[in-house]
Ligand binder design. Structure first.
Ligand code: SF4
Length: 353
């Protein structure tokens, strides 16, 4: 019998068909398949041993033939504002991060799509790590699974692909992970509550736009001027801002611009004017983000008062702009910060040993 690398790597309907076939070949009654399927995502178990509704012999066999892959929890930190940061260790030792951000009305989980990142945006701690590898579908959707296995009450209502990595450079895996997150046989999270954030990988944007669901798109803009943007985001050399904006124009779904505010680099009058022009053209919302520490140490954050004034100027001309609060500053909650800090600590410990 051929066994896929992991049932959790398959879109839920494919996994269900694999289970049907496995049950049939094992000579088991068909209702067993219906007992197994929800244990992948809907009411997950850490291993088949926890599926106590099944006979012991079947649980043992499933653990051998259709194992449910897990990753280890390396660190969990909870901030005074309730933000929770997870550093996970994958089976091959790579580490990735997720951040759970609870508010009064939602629980947003920020997930990673790659271990490390090749793109080297200057403000980002993950960029400093370089690229390690793409994540498999089960490792992307598995971040939700691990959070739920730790505590079912933490089931996220919203997902943002804003953790480590550029999701549209790992499209084949992200494509499947989106299906797992969204489909009723998976986690059943509404497409409008799932946001894919990209620096502007044009082929990936077109692939995402071709999906029928209303997934949200966020574009890491960070400057409306190509000549300034290239100094903040080297990817500008490959996918030019004008092509990214053109691809975004073809997107029939709501778009958000992410904009990390960096003093003297993207918070000037000419930046405001350029941003207004692009946002009005695409009907885009703007998220203004305070600069977190962890990236290029020469970058200085725009002051909170200047960020508020920038937002007010956007709103004045009809651009919907929100200033995102810095969440979890006491726990290194920005993408890559915890990993980079832990790696430094490990290096220090090794050096001192
Ligand atoms: S901001 Fe995103 S794309 Fe840029 S280096 Fe960091 S992880 Fe990579």
């Amino acid at each position: 019998m051929t066994t896929p690398r992991s049932l959790l790597d398959l879109p839920p309907l494919h996994a269900a068909a694999t289970i049907d076939e496995w049950v049939r070949q094992a000579g088991l009654p068909r209702y067993r398949a219906e007992q197994l399927k929800p244990r992948l995502w809907k009411t997950p178990v850490g291993s088949w041993q926890e599926a106590t509704e099944l006979p012991q012999a079947l649980r043992d066999r499933l653990d051998t033939e259709l194992p449910l892959h897990r990753f280890e929890t390396e660190v969990v930190q909870t901030s005074s504002d309730g933000t929770r940061k997870y550093l996970w260790k994958l089976p091959d030792g790579e580490k990735i991060e997720s951040v759970l951000i609870p508010t009064a009305t939602r629980r947003t989980l920020c997930i990673s799509s790659q271990a490390g990142c090749a793109l080297g945006c200057t403000f980002c701690a993950t960029g400093l790590m370089g690229f390690r590898r793409n994540l498999h579908p089960w490792e992307i959707a598995g971040q939700v699974r691990e959070v739920v296995l730790r505590n079912p009450d933490d089931m996220p209502t919203n997902i943002v692909f804003m953790g480590m990595g550029e999701p549209l450079l790992n499209w084949p895996a992200v494509d499947i992970a989106l299906t797992i997150l969204n489909s009723p046989e998976g986690f059943g999270i509404g497409a409008r509550h799932i946001t894919i954030s990209t620096v502007g990988i044009v082929p990936g944007m077109l692939a995402l736009a071709a999906r029928p669901e209303q997934f949200r798109l966020a574009i890491s803009l960070h400057s409306p001027h190509a000549e300034d943007r290239v100094g903040i985001m080297p990817i500008e050399k490959k996918y030019h801002l004008k092509d990214v904006i053109e691809a975004a124009g073809a997107f029939k779904k709501r778009i958000t611009f992410e904009y990390v505010m960096i003093a003297g680099r993207n918070d000037r009058q000419k930046d405001l004017d350029g941003l207004i022009g692009l946002a009005l053209r695409l009907g885009a919302h703007v998220n203004l983000l305070p600069l977190h520490p962890g990236g290029d140490p020469t970058l200085r954050p725009t002051s909170p008062a200047d960020i508020r004034a920038f937002a007010a100027a956007l709103r004045e001309v009809g651009v919907e702009a929100v200033v995102r609060r810095s969440r979890g500053l006491d726990i290194d909650a920005a993408c890559g910060q915890l990993h980079v800090k832990m790696a430094r600590k490990e290096r220090r410990v090794r050096e001192e040993a």
